[in-house]
Ligand binder design. Structure first.
Ligand SMILES: Nc1nc2[nH]c(O)nc2c(=O)[nH]1
Length: 433
């Protein structure tokens, strides 16, 4: 197979890619020209490992801007009935646009927590895989689920929850149909403490461990969630999680904001990861994740966009700066999280949350998932990575996933994004007409 060499980058130098893997990184003497090389000039640009998005709800790209000033519970109760009207075509259309936008923002691996199965139609999971293959991004398909409706004390209306047995059977089907652990990785992902039964949490852990799959759920996102857990169970969310057998290094949690010191230590000791979603947390007034404390305690922390209904830009690149700002505001300390720290969270930290050691680093022996960031406006900055994180919003010039070109010259390959957005806008307007 032809070797592809990216030449002329300001950071970290030249990169060679063969058969989907990085085979050399460094100055031109480390990556000498070989006959037959294909060369991609990236003069003055900055290369990073592809960013890893550890939490998203791709379908929510169809409901941007709803319940704009609501808390999580108000936002959810406004949107559940709207989402109940979606069908599998809507989900595929929304996922296609959301994934293309993620790719443009440097994301090569995306975890999608999909817990909405309208009218029991679990072909939505097949459609998410279709969308990911069309765009070319690796998918961690978190088969979400809710089985605690309003009539049983849950937050969601009964119309959007599923039956426990149906959830487990469907999860088995989705694993058999799609899990390969490289391009598509299935995760077992009951939704949140106020939308699931303890039986679903325990059965999901059993199913996941039988197949060697990871577990994912929302936890400690809001004080409303904490009050609900205390009222219904007399326990804090993390204690419930532990009761359900979920405290382990095969688990990562979305948001993970409201942890006390002891809980931070327990998460670190267990190696349980946290998907930090700074824009969504701010948009919903949920709080600020203790990113630096969790990392110091040994818990993997990754970055997540969350759905575009609570994080409208849908840009993983944008979350880098947002994470840095949030951490510094929380502590009133500009050294709390550096640009290098947030890049580490968005790459190696995210990969660790997802249980992967083949992605998340631009290094020999890792998969060739590479983001090429335009660098011409950063030539006057002494620290190009700080300039990248702190600087203006940007999209990738090119994006490689396993050496495949997914974005070229700022455009998704093989997808008419303008037409896909127009189709999605038509579908979205139907929801409020
Ligand atoms: N930010 C979000 N939090 C959630 N909790 C829950 O149960 N669903 C959601 C969601 O869609 N977004």
């Amino acid at each position: 197979m032809t070797r592809l060499v990216l030449r002329g980058a300001r950071w970290p130098g030249d990169v060679a890619v063969e058969d989907g893997w990085v085979t050399a990184v460094g100055d031109p003497s480390t990556v000498p020209a070989l006959p037959g090389d294909e060369v991609l000039r990236v003069d003055g640009d900055l290369l990073t490992a592809g960013l890893v998005n550890t939490h998203h709800h791709l379908y929510q790209r169809i409901t941007r801007g709803w319940a704009a000033d609501s808390t999580l519970f108000g936002w959810l109760t406004t949107l559940y009935p709207v989402w109940a009207r979606l069908d599998a075509d809507d989900v595929e259309a929304a996922a296609t646009v959301a994934l293309a936008e993620l790719a443009l923002s440097g994301c090569t691996t995306a975890a999608d927590h999909h817990y909405l199965v309208p009218r029991g139609d679990d072909s939505v999971f097949d459609r998410l895989v279709v969308a990911a293959r069309r765009v070319g991004v690796r998918l961690h398909l978190a088969r979400g689920s809710m089985d605690l409706g309003e009539s049983s004390g849950g937050l969601p209306p009964d119309a959007v929850v599923e039956d426990l047995d149906a959830i487990l059977a469907s999860t088995e089907r989705v694993v058999a149909a799609h899990h390969d652990g490289v391009d598509v990785t299935v995760t077992v992902a009951p939704c949140s403490p106020f939308s699931v039964t303890p039986q679903l949490m325990r059965s999901s852990a059993e199913l996941a461990r039988r197949h060697g799959l990871a577990l994912h759920t929302h936890l400690a996102e809001t004080l409303d969630e904490e009050r609900d857990a205390l009222a219904r169970f007399g326990k804090r969310p993390l204690d419930l999680l532990e009761d359900w057998g979920w405290l382990g290094d095969d688990v990562w949690l979305a948001h993970g904001i409201h942890f006390d010191d002891d809980e931070v230590e327990r998460l670190g000791a267990a190696g349980t990861g946290v998907a930090h979603c700074p824009s969504s947390n701010a948009r919903l007034g949920a709080g600020t994740c203790r990113v630096a404390d969790l990392r110091r305690a040994g818990a993997p922390v990754g970055l997540g966009v969350d759905g575009s209904a609570s994080s409208e830009p849908g840009s993983l690149f944008g979350e880098l700066r947002q994470a840095l700002y949030a951490a510094r505001l929380r502590r009133l300390d500009p050294t709390e999280l550096t640009a290098a720290d947030v890049l580490d969270v968005a790459t190696r930290g995210g990969a660790a949350c997802l249980g992967r050691d083949d992605v998340g680093e631009l290094a020999v022996g890792r998969r060739a998932d590479v983001a090429v960031w335009p660098g011409e406006d950063l030539l006057d900055t002494p620290d190009p990575l700080a300039g990248l994180v702190l600087g203006p919003d940007r999209s990738v010039r090119h994006l490689l996933v396993g050496g495949r070109r997914v974005v070229v010259d700022g455009e998704p390959v093989g997808l008419d994004l303008r037409a896909a957005r127009a189709d999605l806008a038509r579908r979205a307007s139907r929801l409020f007409s």
